[in-house]
Design a protein around this ligand. Sequence first.
Ligand SMILES: C[S@@+](CC[C@H](N)C(=O)[O-])C[C@H]1O[C@@H](n2cnc3c(N)ncnc32)[C@H](O)[C@@H]1O
Length: 224
Amino acid sequence: MPKDWFEWHKLYQSENLLQQRLQIVQKYISASLDIAPAGKIQIVSACAGDGRDLLGVLATHPRAQDVRARLVELDPQLVARGTKAIAQLGLTGKVELIQGDATLIDSYKGAVPADIVIFCGVFGNLPNEEVLQGLIRNLPYFAKTGAFVLWTRGDRDGANCSERVRQIFKENHFSEVDFQFTETGNMAVGRHRFDGQTLSAPIDEQFFVFTGTPDKAGLFVSAP
Ligand SMILES: C[S@@+](CC[C@H](N)C(=O)[O-])C[C@H]1O[C@@H](n2cnc3c(N)ncnc32)[C@H](O)[C@@H]1O
């Protein structure tokens, strides 16, 4: 049964883990905006929810008006809430939250390559490591050289899942810029810089699948 992601977002009001994760993600978004060269700053966010991570930063960041962003989310209620927040920030026409399938390359056409690429709340919802590898292999289509990719990954049952994510980024021409666990200790947030050459075409038209639950086989876990 698919999760009710609108309900899930209510956990931001009560769960330390999510609040701390959001704080770190926003710190990394802000740091990426701080050093962006003058001119437009292109951003994409996959499975964006109501966009609170990016929109919360843009509410006060001096570069907000330079941002052009496409956020992709399936849930219509989250899209409606985020779209309202975009209007309240005076960013309509610059930031868009579209109701679409974030697993399809088509959803990002015209918005990539980007300077900042956000994949938060995604990696822990992939079925297995093969899918994660495919997703990261396609990121050079999304990222300009020097772009930042922000991601999160929760640990399960004491398994250090984020370690494997870091290794896969390293194998695909990404350098780690930031990495931090939440104070709760079981949620990692990373920021990687893309040092390779941008791809003019994607490798796969559907570059990941979002199942909401990993396979049972304990994949994504780094060897002890
Ligand atoms: C764990 S939540 C993360 C939301 C947001 N990025 C955050 O960190 O608060 C995952 C989100 O992915 C969305 N989602 C699931 N499958 C999707 C798909 N194929 N395309 C777009 N969004 C999807 C869900 O509706 C949900 O809002």
